[in-house]
Design a protein around this ligand. Structure first.
Ligand SMILES: Nc1ncnc2c1ncn2[C@@H]1O[C@H](COP(=O)(O)OP(=O)(O)OP(=O)(O)O)[C@@H](O)[C@H]1O
Ligand SMILES: [Mg+2]
Length: 275
């Protein structure tokens, strides 16, 4: 499944609308994304790398209509022929979780602490498909096996699992409906280096196995090298560089790319030193 984003602009504040139009109430407009164009081809794994605050999460959320109405989004984001920008809440809710799976940074906060993880993985199936209880249970068990946890974990609560195990549940929640595009927003940032590596390798294996596409968001080039064939560098809401990930890592041409590569190298060096 392909995602083609063209000339995406995201602004916050500014004109509050006719009914509130009074000078004193007009907040200054803040440009969050400026003329962003990027594409993810069918079965391609693409990286979006940028420093904290560069607009990575806003890009993911604007594409899926997850931003409040005070945020102005314009431009185009086409998912396999369907325009997402300006789509009705109903259309977008239908696409989210079925055609597109999301994996978030910190499963410790996105998972519901009082619901067993099996039930949480089952939720998107209930919402999007008309399956019998047995069918759903079977699919959840198979998914838990796939992410390396085992079916017995279904009855566990999130606090009974480690950070890495929780993120495996996060991946299971995103993949249970067999989406053809996965958007992962810093899915390994909260984990230690070894666990990061295992989760990244699991994600790549599952995405490729399912014939899906991946948009992987991170600030860490060293992780990206293992995930994405091609990457975009975002700085202050603008794409400043794109290319194959190995090339970007070896020879970044933008200042932002250079800073991120240097930071990744320092991080890798520090990890080695501390062993
Ligand atoms: N609700 C909001 N109201 C106003 N500004 C916001 C809001 N949410 C985010 N921003 C601003 O949008 C910009 C981009 O934020 P975003 O969360 O997309 O960054 P990010 O690249 O995902 O950073 P991080 O790596 O820390 O997750 C930041 O300057 C932030 O301050
Ligand atoms: Mg973010």
């Amino acid at each position: 499944m392909s995602l083609i984003i063209k000339h995406l602009h995201v602004n916050i504040g500014g004109d509050p609308g006719k009914s509130l139009r009074r000078r004193s109430q007009k907040a200054p407009e803040k440009k969050i994304l400026r003329d962003v164009s990027l594409h993810v081809a069918d079965r391609e794994r693409v990286g979006l790398v940028g420093a904290s605050g560069s607009g990575k999460s806003m890009l993911a959320m604007s594409v899926m209509g997850l931003l409040p109405r005070t945020v102005h989004v314009s431009g185009s984001a086409v998912l396999d022929g369907t325009e997402l920008i300006g789509g009705t809440p109903q259309d977008l809710a239908d696409i989210r979780g079925r055609a597109v799976g999301f994996i978030f940074q910190d499963p410790g906060t996105t998972l519901n602490p009082v619901v067993p993880v099996g039930k949480q993985i089952e939720q998107p199936l209930r919402r999007h498909y008309d399956l019998s209880k047995e069918d759903r249970r079977e699919r959840v068990s198979a998914m838990l096996e796939k992410v390396g946890l085992g079916a017995s974990v279904a009855s566990a609560y999130p606090h009974e699992l480690s950070g890495g195990q929780q993120q495996r549940v996060g991946i299971a929640c995103a993949l249970i409906t067999s989406p053809k595009l996965i958007i992962a927003d810093e899915p390994t940032t909260a984990l230690d280096a070894m666990t990061q590596l295992q989760i990244v390798e699991l994600l790549v294996q599952l995405v490729d196995g399912a014939g899906a596409s991946l948009l992987f968001i991170t600030h860490d080039f060293s992780v990206l090298a293992r995930v994405a064939q091609r990457s975009y560098v975002l700085e202050s809401g603008e794409i400043v560089e794109e290319g194959d990930t190995a090339g970007l890592l070896a020879n970044p041409s933008s200042q932002a790319g250079d800073r991120l590569v240097t930071a990744a190298k320092e991080l890798t060096f520090a990890r080695k030193e501390s062993r």
